[in-house]
Design a protein around this ligand. Structure first.
Ligand SMILES: [Zn+2]
Length: 310
């Protein structure tokens, strides 16, 4: 099971490599390169309207979040990824961030590569602070709630395009940017279970490629989703150029669900077994499902202010 998940991740990363030059958030002082979106011809153009015309069946039939514990650099030396970018190695990490609000997914995608890391991004003599991580996949795919929580905002937000913000309680928030669309059943105040598909990866707003901008905020401080909490992330000296056990493409291809009436092919994605692999419930979570006030939600007073750089 774990091996298969890893294989899926690997193959996604491999397939992403060829087409993906650079997918990342563009900061204000950085002009997005318009031509880069044309390098991914198989991907339908993302909409710019929030939740408009989204077939609810896409989300009703969506898989649950896979537990990802390995992440490849999308390409070498193109961003602030650090040694894994230079070496084209991968990161191995625990799938969860442990927080006061319970466990959060470090990587809430179906499978992606790391196109930009957390922290300072140099742009020549200047730069900007990247307050999240960018997880890219030219095929898009679902974005999952990192943990149980309440939707505090869903809609358009400037350079981040279509976004979702989730309040997990106890000062813990997650933010998902550049989405293509949002699960139409989600609204402000909706309770969402961790691992539920909330949106699809896109490039709305100020973005140079199809990716998720993912932020985790704890008591108002934005933290690195890959490095927060123990144990530390481990770099693995395994190159993209030397795939070891990549399974056949037909078994592992992850593609964004079609926008029409066809059911998404969920067979390619391992869904976690209910007993051992489901997302742990947060300690503060209410009896489930739908509760009217699952958390002591105090929107607006927790310092959650997405930065200018995205
Ligand atoms: Zn970003």
């Amino acid at each position: 099971m774990r091996a298969r998940i890893r294989a899926v991740i690997r193959s996604v990363a491999f397939s992403a490599l060829g087409a993906l030059a650079l997918a990342g958030c563009a900061s204000i002082d950085y002009e997005p390169v318009a031509t880069q979106s044309t390098a991914m011809p198989s991907v339908p153009a993302p909409t710019t309207e929030v939740s408009s015309g989204v077939d609810p069946a896409i989300y009703l039939n969506a898989p649950r979040a896979p537990l990802l514990s390995q992440l490849f650099a999308c390409s070498a030396n193109n961003s602030n990824i650090g040694p894994i970018s230079a070496d084209r190695a991968s990161l191995v990490y625990t799938p969860y961030i442990n927080t006061a609000a319970g466990a959060l997914l470090r990587d809430p995608t179906e499978g992606a590569c790391l196109s930009s890391g957390f922290g300072w991004r140099a742009r020549g003599e200047t730069g900007s602070n990247h307050t999240g991580i960018d997880l890219a996949n030219p095929n898009g795919g679902f974005i999952f709630a990192a943990g149980d929580g309440v939707v505090e905002y869903s809609g358009w937000q400037g350079g981040y395009g279509i976004v979702v913000e989730i309040d997990h309680g106890r000062g813990v928030h997650t933010f998902y940017g550049h989405l293509t669309d949002i699960n139409p059943s989600l609204h402000q105040g909706s309770f969402v279970h961790g691992g539920t598909a909330i949106a699809r990866m896109g490039m709305t707003g100020n973005a140079t490629g199809i990716h998720l901008h993912y932020e985790v905020s704890i008591d108002g401080l934005k933290v690195d989703p890959l490095n927060y909490g123990a144990p530390q992330v481990v770099q693995v000296n395994q190159s993209h150029d030397q795939p070891i056990d990549a399974p056949p493409p037909t078994q592992t291809q992850i593609s964004a669900p079609p926008a029409s009436d066809t059911k998404p092919d969920t067979s390619a994605i391992e869904t976690p077994a209910p007993s051992s692999q489901t997302l742990p419930t947060a300690p503060a979570a209410p009896p489930q499902p739908p509760a009217t006030e699952p958390f002591q939600v105090t929107p607006g007073d927790d310092g959650w202010t997405p930065g200018k750089s995205n």
